[in-house]
Ligand binder design. Structure first.
Ligand SMILES: Cc1ncc(COP(=O)(O)O)c(C=O)c1O
Length: 416
């Protein structure tokens, strides 16, 4: 077939497909220190990297169908394997949950379950530095958001006392974050869990970024000081953790875990039939995620996590050798926030972008900070990035003082 019913010719179609693929910059994966997805590469530490990625893509392709009540049995089996495997790693004795389209949907479904259990609307308390999906879900569901500012003089430290003081009689849920974007910090979840138990409140943990790396860093001994943040903390009712971030699975794939079936039953009561926001789901993402989880297992995720952190640590060491730059302290995951107290980095950001680097820029600390998320696919590229960063510093302008953060009109939350 050379010409299709629409009139388009095969070669024109393939040309256009190629053009759109280039516009999406998929080929620049190794320069991508932001993106999500199955970007493993083989290396001496991860010799199976590329094969695992290819098999995840094959699984995705074989499940291109949607999951309905007629076609979904295989996908639902895969989903339940993911939930019971990862749910128990997160410390639940009888985990329940489902695969979602990502962190936003997981956070939404967690709070919808809270709303169902409370049997009313009301307010939700969370750190002001939490992800934008938290105020977003409040607006969507008619709940009142109560963002708690960080401790004065700090950017990302949360005071549990201030958190408790923000609770109102109409509060139905508390949310905290394990692996904040863009600081990489973990909120004081044990202290907030204690508050949740004492006040009888639902407690959801947003582990979208940290969920598939923190347990493996703890398990490998990389971070022996890791604070408890998962179901081992009394009071934690649900946890979101993104398969398409550190789970290395093809998007869109997140996961939401409940401590037990009773919470899942509440989620299903408000969001029938399966607790998610959608009706028919794509089964491809479930299959791709199942392939990753099945092929990597705990040893694989440990190796991936250690590789990501080794790249991050080498990057940090390199940044600290560049005059005027420093890495904001406190990140426990593969996020490094680079900023300067003496230079305006906006021309540096522009130069890196022109060089094809994909990363985020944050307006906090102002005027702009560079946020990179090293993952195994960046192997071999961090030194090249450091070289470019060092050279681009000649473009940085000394700070005059009083510069404002780049406003929302010129930069999105992710700094594009
Ligand atoms: C902490 C956190 N929560 C939630 C989300 C939202 O995830 P998604 O974009 O997959 O909906 C993100 C995305 O980066 C995140 O970092």
């Amino acid at each position: 077939m050379d010409r299709f019913p629409s009139g388009i010719e095969r070669y024109d179609f393939l040309d256009e497909l190629g053009r759109l693929e280039r516009a999406s910059r998929f080929a620049e994966t190794r320069k991508n220190l932001f993106d999500e997805g199955p970007h493993l590469v083989s290396s001496p530490e991860l010799p199976w990297g590329d094969e695992v990625r290819h098999l995840a893509v094959e699984a995705y392709e074989r499940f291109l169908h949607g999951e309905t009540w007629i076609t979904g049995d295989g996908a639902r089996e895969m989903e339940s394997q993911i939930v019971s495997w990862m749910g128990s790693i997160l410390g639940a004795d009888s985990p329940a949950g489902f695969v979602t389209s990502g962190g936003s949907e997981s956070n939404m479904c967690g709070i919808l379950a809270a709303r169902q259990l409370a049997d009313r609307g009301g307010s939700v308390v969370f750190p002001a530095i939490g992800h934008y999906s938290l105020p977003k879900l409040c607006r969507m569901f008619g709940l009142d958001p109560i963002p708690v500012p960080s401790i004065p003089g700090t950017l990302c430290e949360i005071d549990p006392e201030a958190f408790e003081a923000a609770i109102r009689p109409d509060t139905i849920a508390l949310i905290a974050t394990a692996g904040n974007w863009a600081f990489g910090t973990v909120d004081p979840i044990e202290a907030i869990g204690e508050i949740a138990v004492r006040r009888g409140l639902y407690f959801h943990v947003d582990g979208a970024f940290g969920g598939y790396i923190l347990p493996f860093l703890e398990g490998s001994g990389y971070d022996r000081e890791m604070p408890l943040w998962d179901f081992r903390v009394d009071g934690v009712c649900s946890i979101s953790a993104d398969l398409h971030k550190n789970g290395m699975a093809p998007p869109p794939a997140g996961s939401l875990f409940f401590r037990d079936q009773s919470y899942l039953a509440a989620a299903k009561a408000i969001c029938p039939p399966n607790g998610t926001m959608t009706g028919t789901r794509g089964a491809g993402p479930i299959a791709g995620a199942w392939a990753m989880v099945t092929l990597l297992g705990e040893p694989g995720y440990r190796a991936v996590s250690l590789k990501s952190m080794a790249l991050r640590d080498a990057f940090i060491a390199g940044v600290e050798k560049i005059e005027g730059l420093r890495v904001f302290p406190g990140s426990r995951i593969n996020i490094a926030l680079v900023h300067s107290d003496v230079f305006d980095l906006r021309p540096v950001v522009a130069s890196l972008r022109e060089g094809g680097w994909m990363f985020s820029a944050s307006a906090t600390p102002p005027p702009v900070s560079i946020v990179v998320v090293p993952m195994p696919q960046n192997d071999g590229m961090l030194d090249v990035l450091l070289e470019h960063l060092g050279e681009a510093m000649s473009l940085a302008v000394p700070l005059a003082g009083g510069e404002d953060a780049i406003g929302g009109s010129s930069m999105s939350k992710y700094g594009f």
